[in-house]
Design a protein around this ligand. Sequence first.
Ligand code: ZN
Ligand code: ZN
Ligand code: FE
Length: 751
Amino acid sequence: MTKASSLITISGLVQGVGFRPAVYRIACELGIKGWVKNTNENVIICATGDPAQIEKLTQRIRIEHPPAAVIESIREEPAALTEVQDFHIASSQSTSSGITRISPDISVCGDCLNDQKNQQHRLNYPLINCTNCGPRFSIIKSLPYDRSQTTMTGFDMCTQCRQEYRDSGNRRFHAQPVACNQCGPGYLMHYQEEKITSIQEIISKTAGLVDNGGIAALKGTGGYNLICNAFDPHPVEKLRTLKNRDHKPFALMGRSSELIKKYACLNDQEMQLLNSWQRPIVLLEEKQKIGEGINPGLDKIGILLPCMPFHFQLFEYLKTDLIVFTSGNLSDEPVTISDSQALKLFLPGTDAVISYNREIHNRVDDSVVFVSNGKNRFIRRSRGYAPSPVKVDFNCEGIIGAGAELASTFAIGKEREAILSQHTGDLKNPETLEFYEESLNRFGKLFRFRPKLIACDLHPDYLSSRFAESTGLPLIKIQHHHAHIASVMAEHRLEKEVIGISLDGTGLGDDGHIWGGEFLICDLKNYERINHYEYRPLPGGDKAIKEPWRNALGLLSHFFGAQWDRFDIPFIHFIKRQPNYELLLQAIGKKINCPLTSSAGRLFDAVAALLMICPVAGHHAQAPMLLEAKLYPEIKEEYSFAIKSPVELKPMITDLLGDIEKKKDLGFIITRFHNTIVSLNFAIACRIRKERGINRVVLSGGVFQNRYILDKTENRLNENGFETYSNQQVPVNDAGISLGQLAIAACRIKK
Ligand code: ZN
Ligand code: ZN
Ligand code: FE
């Protein structure tokens, strides 16, 4: 038999996911000799044997690779014939500053759940893992990915674990966090002055207290969570007080997807997403009200399935099928990862704090995803997804996108990949800023990143912009909405000019006003503002975001002047009860502290206030979310509008106020309003296509988190021959801005 040798290079997400053991198994089955090893860029296989078998090797790798692995390319080249006796896993090689891959955290696999019931040394072991599952990014301190570089470093493997770790035929071969009851980290429960370490006792006590109306703080993969029975209004209420969270919806964890079907509508794609190894929180249409306190006034519910072994064990004991599963933080601070801080924060207000002594190094919140028009869309991209790169079509080496402010992430560029940070939160919070800076530092080290340029938002007061200035790196400032559109272009590898529709909350414009209802023509370098919603005053600036009634008053005063109160609607009576409304009207008249805005997000806020649905907001997205919950998809009516530049809003608002005076149904008014926004998008896109011959439309900005607006706009455009694009790999909200900034900066400096 003629033998040949081949060198096979496989790139993609192929490390820390059980790739080499899989290669080993297949090679042995095919009688191939040689070795497989990790470099910090990819996996290399040296294969010697029958050429037909070698071909089968690559074929089988493509099909039989571990579930969390992503193969991007397999390159095969002939090599000098080498004589080896066996196939083995060679030691890792750290060679270049090329792209390194770090696996996101992977939810526990079925084999491990099985082992937990059968393997003597891992019976009920709550931190069981293998090469196919377990913590990754959250425990990595440095690369290459070896146990000594993770927070498992303090735990010496017992003889049995070491044997498995060294046995290339074993599912735990080179599983860095491998552990068992003998040698691994364990759980600890602080409960009624007691410290409990027996896992059986911890689980039964936790289940008991949750079923009986208690609240527990439970350490998760990337941070603490707070849990309680979702069907019991008392702990839910108490949790709101504890978290200082008035109206934001709580996420839930459900026993199984079958069970979730009872309470929420679930299509195949949502089912798949719920069960994926990333285990995100999936936003679903609620079928049956679970509890008014969970998602007050809303019709969507965020649910995830158990992802850690402990969660599965807990559900074996729990009577309730659904628990609240919300991040363990107070108000807007980053989620707690430190055990001592968790005790300080949560022991006083909850019934138990349950931790384990494996440290979380990198904080990762639960990700939040929804499905619309058959595509996955991120609200928050964190656990299970970070730090997977976004592949782009340009070289972005050395560039940092600093992000925005409210939902901040940063992005760093490595060759043709953009690596976005996990969700960090609202940068206005000092703790969040600290987390942001620390993460950027860590990403720099992990990915061997050498910064040469930083791109930030035009807004000088965003802390991300100030941070960018403070780095001393060459700086490029990028308009917020251009960055939104560019984030989509980068994802979909679009280069040529597109029609960009950015319907958003706020973003500073070139003219110093607050933009957010923007129709642009742009490529990755420049943009032209073709049209926008007309400017209205935003009395009090940021205060008008928290209190939409101010915003609505600004709108009335802008459109109707002294006759602002000519409508006989409850909102006007409400305004007249506000002690300071006359002062506010004067301020609007004199243009004192009244920035002008074209924001679409603020228009939704104002409408929610005019309808008295949300005159004062508990959180920044509350008003539009409450509106969305009241839609009637079967209603086709809209309000009148004419396409002018800028877009006139007065006809629509006048009609809308007339509907309120006529005491029309709220849902009817809200649906007409939404339909008008969709028709505006469509009509303006048509006009731009006619004038400029551009057929591609890109949709981005926070307003497109509204599924109705996104779906209807996309469908309407697609049905009329447009090509539409929107965010699928990064959030459509400000957490996607960093990618857009990086893309624009990379293209501007390209020679
Ligand atoms: Zn496993
Ligand atoms: Zn062990
Ligand atoms: Fe934005």
